[in-house]
Design a protein. Structure first.
Length: 377
């Protein structure tokens, strides 16, 4: 369930307060005209919540991936391995720095197949981007093992599983670097926005400086007189976004708790009949999407029709498959890679994803699940 569903007076009040405190929308400077630094607070609250040593707020999840790739040393011509069930943003970020995206198939967890990952490593491979798709963690132990063996960096794309855990560690804090998205369709939102997490001080320093034109933000120097050592760019988050983000962050536990209640009701019914998406052991999912497989096309169409008619809708599968499966990205990937992920496309085509919404109550999900069960009989 996306955070936009529960935007209310709290976010509104935070914005009004920002105006009352001086109306400074910029994250830095203007020290005499402001009472608070909200982007900095949002970063501090985020790293405390998700147990990372460092956090850097940026303009989007896509920007976060690009900056993080540069920070872990990915250069023009390097290969970066990611997965066929994904969002186009990950591929765009890799291409934008002149690196080469290499795409694995996914297994029935709908995340990176670690068997396929091993097959695709070459001398040029520099990093792996596992994506915790639709609320479920990737097999991080296995991916870590492989990365260690071949000396590869790991960037966790955690844009779709904020608040999820693997072996009691928050997603995004396990690899060398992790990213979250706070765009308007995500678990928590500030309209547009992203966050980079890391426990590595060097990676943090690079991200901090690169996203802000190279400013080192030396506390002893005034902003305009500040020192610099690298060429950067502008991917800064505004105070407007950060005040909303701070409120949304406080709501994450509530969101996950409410998701879970609804998710478990569907699961109780549909597991009797269906093969469900595989959930890796020791993981805490965020329960925002319920996914099951129906191989029979006729029945599948009937179920999708029911979901649309009853206004539950579907999430990405099947409605937005073309934005989430690399099989369709012939504008960005060579033919050979497209053909390799046909397997992923076949698996995704047999999947149905039910979005969990807080605007619908538990009874409505029970009724829905029972109606789906009837179709399958
Ligand atoms: C949303 C998303 C992104 C990009 O985030 P934006 O904030 O929209 O730029 C990247 N990767 C995945 C898997 C996503 O779902």
């Amino acid at each position: 369930m996306p955070g936009w569903e529960i935007i209310n007076d709290e976010e509104k009040k935070a914005l009004v307060n920002l105006f009352n405190e001086g109306g400074i929308f910029f994250a830095h400077g203007f020290d005499n005209f402001r009472k608070k630094y909200h982007v900095r607070e949002f970063e501090t609250n985020s790293r405390n919540k998700f147990k990372s040593k460092f956090a850097v707020a940026v303009t989007s999840g896509t920007a976060a991936i690009k900056i993080a790739l540069k920070a872990i040393g990915v250069k023009r011509g390097d290969e970066v391995i990611t997965q066929g069930f994904n969002f186009i943003a990950t591929i765009e970020a890799i291409l934008d720095i002149g690196a080469i995206p290499i795409i694995t198939n996914v297994d029935k967890s709908l995340n990176m197949s670690t068997i396929d990952l091993k097959k695709l490593i070459t001398k040029k491979t520099k990093a792996i981007i596992p994506v915790h798709m639709l609320g479920v963690p990737a097999e991080m132990d296995e991916i870590n093992k492989i990365a260690k063996k071949y000396k590869l960096r790991i960037l966790e794309d955690n844009c779709e599983a904020v608040g999820g855990m693997y072996k009691n560690k928050y997603l995004g804090s396990i690899g060398d670097v992790g990213v979250a998205s706070y765009d308007f369709s995500k678990t928590i939102t500030c309209g547009e926005g992203g966050m980079i997490f890391t426990n590595n001080k060097k990676i943090f320093k690079y991200c901090k400086e690169y996203h802000d034109h190279g400013h080192e933000n030396n506390p002893k120097l005034k902003r305009g007189e500040d020192s610099r050592s690298i060429v950067g760019f502008n991917y800064r988050m505004t105070e407007l976004q950060a005040v909303v983000g701070k409120v949304q962050l406080k709501k994450i536990d509530f969101i996950l708790k409410e998701n879970k209640k609804r998710y478990l009701e569907i699961e109780k019914v549909l597991k009797k009949k269906y093969e469900l998406r595989r959930i890796p052991k020791n993981s805490k999912i965020i329960y925002d999407t319920f996914i099951f497989f129906e191989k029979n096309k006729l029945k599948r169409n009937q179920i999708v029709k029911l979901l649309n008619k009853t206004k539950f809708g579907t999430k990405n599968l099947p409605d937005a498959i073309k934005w989430h499966c690399a099989y369709y990205w012939d504008h960005a990937l060579p033919k050979q890679q497209i053909n390799r992920v046909k397997k992923t496309n076949d698996l995704l085509k047999a999947s149905i994803a039910i979005p969990i919404s807080l605007k619908k109550n538990i009874k409505q999900y029970q009724d829905l699940a029972n109606k789906i069960l009837k179709i399958s009989k």
